[in-house]
Design a protein around this ligand. Sequence first.
Ligand code: HEC
Length: 183
Amino acid sequence: MTTKRKQLGVGAIAGALGLLALLGIFGLITVYSGGYNVAATEDHSAFGRWALSTTMTNSIEARAPADEPPTFTAAMARAGAGEYKAMCQHCHGGPGIDRAGWAKGMLPQPPHLTEAAAHWEPNEIFWILDHGIKSSGMPAFGPSHSDEDLWNLTAFVTGLPGMTQAEYEALGGSNGHDGGHSH
Ligand code: HEC
């Protein structure tokens, strides 16, 4: 009775190890054979999409700073608006404003933040801007911008859901940085 159970246990472990080895071999074949299509014109499988977006959400929620965000002011949002139009609008669009044509060739597609920004806490948006999102095309702005710039952008982005096109156009000039270049 007990020996039979022991044999069953050993069999299950051997089976599991065999399966793991097989998965490892398939993994290496995928890496080396060129069989996996990296083309951005070919969408992920439903499983791949789910795995990537769930990994992203949980990773950001686990890493976003826990301290209180600063109190956002209208001046911060105005400063952030100019940066947004210069650095983000071509990928993410704006209220009533579409993404650049080439951004539609990206996979994953940069979401319209007028909707997506509502899913994130201010600290999570700050973390996303600071660190970017690996293998998605979302750049990290932390290496090139101060925390103050990133909080200004965060203040602006948290106000995007519900913002009208007229409000958007009135903020931060119509062509990027105040008095600056027009991308
Ligand atoms: C080159 C294109 C590109 C630029 C420029 C860019 N982003 Fe992104 N952004 C992306 C992509 C791609 C994603 C990831 C989409 C995904 O995987 O869901 C993303 C994700 C995000 C997200 C998370 C939204 C979500 O729910 O997926 C936020 C917030 C964001 N970007 C804000 C910004 C801001 C603010 C700027 C400018 C400072 C900016 N991005 C510049 C491409 C871009």
